[in-house]
Write a protein that binds this ligand. Structure first.
Ligand code: MSP
Length: 635
């Protein structure tokens, strides 16, 4: 029989910031899917990595006073070190600065260029530096980039373009004739509705005068390639395209895991790039929603960027993996809060699963001295849990095969809850009182041990560590592969006569009352002497909107801002250049000290000051939580 193959990928993450909860989720989801497919008999390959070229990375390196090369090495290492800590079992970690990758990108560009689908032309458009791409007017939200909330800058330059428009009808047809190509359904609808409008050709180069940190075009050394063309190609360069064995074996089964933020490059550019190069189209795209933290989008400014290392150090890797898989319905957004995490740990893990496990093993110890009792299945068929276990396996299989991880986990927990009720109904403690109750008691404990074995096998993809702990406690040998194949999950494998130890606690309950409040970092600058309300009233604070911003030459700290105060525009020199790029400031609402005497700073007039909070290392601009008009007095 031909072995079925499955290739899973995560996005390759930008190295402009440390890994956070969102990156952890996608990578854990792909890891869970890989482990599940292995249990289901597939030969799998799992790829993740880092995306290391482009403007954003250069800017981040500059902020850190490092060369791009040094900087990408440092951040990429953080990702590489994180995955084993989260029990991620990737087969490969690719970096877009790897020489083999660079070669494949150039090879692909040459192929598409030779086939006539790349042309040179001049272009004038609205460019968002944050997204590293041009925007069409209809894509902007009130004239601003929908992701960064800033007005894009007008840019004119000659560039290379990829004829995406030529393949628009082909793509629509491909999506419609391959149900599940974009999963779940709502994202397929989103892409198809986007494809109702004419597709613009894609600008795929950046002149080296603007960006050097990228891969040189094979047909024009004055240009580097656009980051997405570089990044998407990782999925085939990692497999050794075109001749690599891995490519031959796995490419046709490729499924990419991404979040909804990057469906356009994956659902539109990537299939068209493959088609234009004459390469088979990947098998599918699995798109999930976004994690918010405590109800808000994760952001440095809000201060809610969740560090997976901190969470797992406090609560454990398996609890974290369980929570993420259980709490997010694949495709929809979800909310992360420590309270919900703790309550899931206490109710689902410590109570439902942990208690069941320790109750059953303790009863086995108490009533049978730890040695698994022999039970007569036929005599006590009313006590048999085999059908319930099979039911759980079937539901689990169907859900996991459809990438519905939360449903898969729920199927196992329904079985756990069935077993907890089974104990309450059959009251083993009463059966143990009379000698005549012993055969039924043996059947009850035997069935429960067997049921726990099924649970231990099924939780493997989500909680591999706990799965192994449980199997070992149940006297099972862990297969060399680390998992039990789904089709070998027959009933009756806990051997009568095997002696089992008293169990360790699987998940200790977290005492909510004792949970220490997270320590706030201590920062105590001395307070200034008090002033009167009249003193304060002399300061004219106004709302302003930054309309333009640029760097002051010879200073890495100072920026020249044009601030709209409603009645007039002021030039303000601000020392925030290490904390904000000019591009991200345009459009921001700020508080201006409007009656400060004019000053000259490094030869530049400064007609006011904007307010910011924090220490030297981390300045955050003071702003508003709703939109205001420029020029309003701030009281
Ligand atoms: N480098 C590109 C991807 C290139 S793939 C050929 C990129 N990198 S990224 O670092 O911004 O990663 C984006 C991905 O990180 C999302 O698609 C998702 O997988 C994950 N997440 C980032 N924030 C997230 C949430 N708040 N919630 C869930 N996942 C999120 O885009």
């Amino acid at each position: 029989m031909k072995t079925r193959t499955q290739f899973f990928t995560t996005p390759i993450y930008y190295v402009n910031a440390k890994p956070h909860l969102g990156h952890a989720y996608t990578t854990i989801a792909a890891d869970v899917a890989t482990r599940f497919k292995q249990m289901d008999g597939y030969d799998t390959y799992f790829l993740t990595g880092t995306d290391e070229h482009g403007d954003k990375i250069v800017q981040a390196a500059r902020k850190n006073n490092q060369s791009p090369g040094e900087y990408v090495d440092k951040i990429s290492r953080l990702f590489q070190d994180l995955w084993p800590r989260l029990n991620i079992n990737n087969d490969q970690f690719i970096r877009t600065t790897d020489p083999e990758h660079i070669q494949v990108v150039q090879n692909l560009l040459t192929r598409i260029h030779d086939r006539g689908d790349i042309y040179f032309s001049s272009y004038e458009g609205q460019y968002c530096f944050g997204c590293e791409r041009f925007y069409q007017d209809r894509e902007l939200k009130e004239g601003k980039c929908p992701d960064h909330g800033v007005a894009p800058s007008p840019i004119k330059e000659s560039n290379y373009f990829f004829k995406m428009s030529k393949y628009q009808n082909w793509l629509i047809d491909h999506i419609k004739t391959n149900p599940g190509f974009i999963h779940p359904r709502q994202y397929e609808t989103e892409i198809l509705s986007f494809l109702k409008e004419p597709l613009e050709d894609l600008c795929i180069s950046r002149p080296k005068s603007r960006l050097t940190w990228g891969i040189t075009l094979p047909f024009d050394e004055n240009y580097v390639t656009y980051v997405w063309f570089d990044a998407l190609t990782n999925y085939i360069s990692a497999l050794g395209y075109p001749d690599g064995e891995l490519f031959q074996k796995f490419w046709s089964s490729a499924r990419h895991f991404v979040a909804k933020d990057i469906i356009k490059p994956h659902g539109i550019y990537w299939p068209i790039m493959l088609k234009a190069a004459g390469i088979d189209i990947y098998d599918g795209l699995n798109v999930h929603g976004f994690w918010n933290v405590s109800g808000s989008k994760m952001s440095k400014t809000v201060g809610n960027v969740t560090d997976p290392v901190a969470v797992t150090n406090q609560y454990g890797v398996d609890a974290f993996r369980y929570f993420l898989m259980r709490e997010m319905v694949f495709g929809l957004d979800a909310n992360f809060t420590e309270d919900v995490l703790v309550s899931r740990i206490n109710s689902d893990l410590a109570n439902d699963l942990g208690n069941l496990f320790s109750r059953v093993l303790s009863m086995n110890f108490q009533y049978f001295k730890g040695c698994v009792p022999d039970m007569d299945q036929n005599l006590h068929s009313d006590l048999c849990l085999e059908k319930d276990a099979q039911n759980a396996i079937n539901h689990f299989h169907a859900a996991m095969a459809a990438y519905e991880f939360s449903k898969g986990v729920e199927a196992v927990w329904q079985f756990i809850s069935r077993m907890n009720k089974y104990i309450d109904v059959n009251e083993p403690w009463n059966l143990a009182k009379e000698a005549s109750g012993r055969p039924r008691l043996a059947a009850v404990i035997g069935n429960l041990l067997e049921g726990l074995r099924t649970v231990a096998c099924l939780i493997y993809p989500v909680m591999p560590g706990t799965s192994h702990k449980m199997l070992t406690a149940l006297g099972q040998t862990i297969p060399e592969t680390g998992f039990v194949h789904l089709d070998r999950m027959t009933w009756g494998l806990v051997q009568p006569g095997t002696c089992l130890e008293k169990p360790d606690i699987l998940f200790p309950r977290i005492d909510v009352a004792k949970k220490p409040a997270p320590a706030a970092p201590v920062f105590k600058p001395a307070l200034k002497p008090r002033i009167t309300i009249d003193d304060f009233a002399r300061i004219d604070l106004r709302t302003g909107i930054i309309r333009a911003a640029d760097k002051i030459e010879k200073s890495d700290k100072l920026l020249r801002l044009q601030v709209d105060l409603g009645s007039e525009t002021r030039q303000v020199v601000a020392g925030i250049g290490k904390h904000y790029t000019p591009e991200e400031l345009v459009g921001k609402q700020v508080i201006v000290v409007a009656n400060l005497k004019e000053a000259t700073i490094m030869g530049e007039t400064s007609q006011g000051m904007i307010l910011a909070a924090g220490r030297k290392k981390e300045l955050i601009l003071a702003g508003f939580d709703k939109e205001t008009l420029p020029g309003c007095p701030v009281k």
